[in-house]
Write a protein of this length. Structure first.
Length: 196
């Protein structure tokens, strides 16, 4: 943008990573509402924290109450929602954190944009591939029932489309894996990515 010049800071991302003794990483959990994204992300963050890894969790419900509260669930606003989250995650990665991000993020192009913003090397796409029947059976927030009744429009899986990831780094069906098994699988997959 015109008249905006990036400032050069004395402390680099590499120096922050060295201080924290691990590389930064974005763990992007995508899947339908009720799939278990937030539950698994929370358990992963807890496990990383207990290992001395510096973490932060970003979650759809929380960000839509603050930073993104002016956005609807229209396709354009969903894209802007994810773009803003990616920019926040990029700042957190620069600070040296491992970020868990739990968002339906239904569009492939938006998830690809996240990877381009934070860098492909920093982006781990984790597809929580729980069947919609199971997500709807759980319906812990009552959202599917409201969507079926027409009270919620543009609800992913009901009247809005979810684009399945082509090649996620990790894929988990929570009807086949427990939370602890899911956490163990994720930690095993990212271990080498965290090492300096």
């Amino acid at each position: 943008m015109k008249n905006i010049i990036s400032h050069s800071f004395n402390i680099s991302a590499e120096k922050r990573a060295k201080l924290k003794m691990h590389k930064p990483l974005l763990l992007w959990f995508t899947g339908l509402s009720g799939s278990g994204k937030s539950t698994i992300a929370n358990a992963v963050e807890q496990a990383l924290f207990e290992k001395g890894i510096h973490t932060y969790a970003l979650d759809g419900d929380n960000l839509r109450q603050g930073l993104n509260k002016n956005l609807s669930f229209s396709p354009d606003d969903r894209t802007e929602n994810i773009r803003r989250i990616a920019e926040v995650a990029a700042l957190m990665l620069d600070a040296g954190l491992v970020v868990t991000a739990s968002f339906v993020s239904p569009y492939k192009k938006d998830r690809a944009n996240v990877a381009s913003i934070v860098g492909d090397d920093n982006f781990i796409e984790i597809f929580i591939n729980t069947p919609i029947e199971e997500c709807e059976r759980r319906d812990v927030k009552g959202l599917y029932a409201k969507a079926r009744a027409g009270e919620i429009k543009d609800f992913t899986g009901i009247d809005a489309h979810y684009e399945i990831p082509d090649q996620p780094i990790i894929e988990i069906d929570t009807t086949k894996k427990s939370i602890s098994e899911s956490v163990a699988l994720i930690l095993e997959q990212i271990d080498s990515r965290l090492s300096l």
